[in-house]
Ligand binder design. Structure first.
Ligand SMILES: [Zn+2]
Length: 300
């Protein structure tokens, strides 16, 4: 008898581009907040754009300065900490499993450039406290700390992606978000902001959709200069550990909305991981290679 996890992973493996096309035809209709029977239902983005199946991604080209050398990038596969498995996606996949796969996929691709040495702190064989990850990154001498997550936004409905499996679904708020913290020394904060903006800029260039931030009120504040970038505005004491604690510049990438079946499906495609990895390499080259930040961080 196969476990639920094996069942879902099997489903995800089957969902290639053809599966995505089939899946896109089977979504339940999006319900408007108020009844509007004579008006067509509006999806938040045009059907030709991301994350619909036909939307193509491109690979941004990294520009390395001559003295760039080999940079060490610590990839934090979000969650998988004691008592912390993260969200449950629209295919009932746990966030800790998504981030582990995505981090390893990104590491392989960054290492293949010959410009980076990427290390994934978490292997999945035991829960790993966040403090251990931050200390590990410091001991290893990481030049940057990139935490990968998926997000959940809005009020989900229940749907049944496969028989006997009921999962949460919300199609209202797709897109990526890059989070950073302005808590710390001005010099370190400037590096974090430059890294966050570079990631969002290059992900947008790849064709990924920056999230607008409607669900972030009271949590994160949108950057004035770059769509998809947000600074942590939770109450002090509740702010994200991996954004304020690492000694090297750190960011958190919410790669997509885990409750959006279109976007979650696209993130099972190797082409999406390829484009994201190219965007990440280009962003790291921009930010670590000495390219000036678009603007200095705002005062707190
Ligand atoms: Zn998360």
């Amino acid at each position: 008898m196969i476990s639920r996890r094996q069942h879902v992973l099997g489903l995800l493996a089957l969902l290639g581009a053809a599966g995505a096309a089939a899946l896109s035809r089977t979504f339940p209709p999006v319900r408007p907040r108020r009844a509007a029977p004579r008006r067509a239902l509006k999806l938040p983005i045009a059907p030709s754009g991301w994350p619909f199946p036909g939307a193509r991604l491109t690979a941004p080209v990294a520009v390395f300065p001559p003295d760039f050398g080999l940079r060490r990038i610590y990839l934090d596969a979000g969650h998988g900490a004691p008592g912390n498995t993260g969200n449950t996606s629209c295919f009932c996949l746990e966030e800790q499993d998504f981030t582990l796969a995505a981090a390893h996929a990104l590491a392989v691709r960054l290492n293949a450039t010959g410009r980076f040495e990427a290390r994934v702190g978490r292997t999945g064989d035991r829960p790993l406290p966040y403090l251990e990850r931050v200390e590990d990154a410091a001991r290893w001498g990481a030049d940057a700390f990139v935490s990968l997550h998926s997000d959940v936004r809005g009020k989900p409905e229940a749907w049944t992606p496969v028989p006997d499996l009921q999962c949460p679904l919300s199609l209202a708020a797709p897109g990526f978000a890059v989070l950073w913290s302005d808590e710390g020394s001005p010099a370190l904060c400037a590096l974090r902001l430059a890294l966050a903006r570079a990631f969002a800029r290059r992900m947008e260039e790849a064709g990924l959709l920056p999230y607008g931030g409607a669900a972030y009120t009271g949590l994160y504040e949108a950057d004035a200069a770059q769509p998809g970038v947000f600074v942590d505005r939770r109450p002090p004491g509740q702010r994200i550990f991996v954004l304020r604690r690492p000694a090297m510049p750190s960011i958190l990438v919410e790669t997509h909305h885990a409750l959006d079946a279109r976007e979650a499906t696209r993130w099972t495609e190797p082409a999406t991981l390829d484009a994201f990895a190219a965007a990440s390499a280009a962003a790291l080259a921009d930010a670590l290679g000495g390219a000036p930040a678009a603007a200095s961080p705002r005062p707190t």
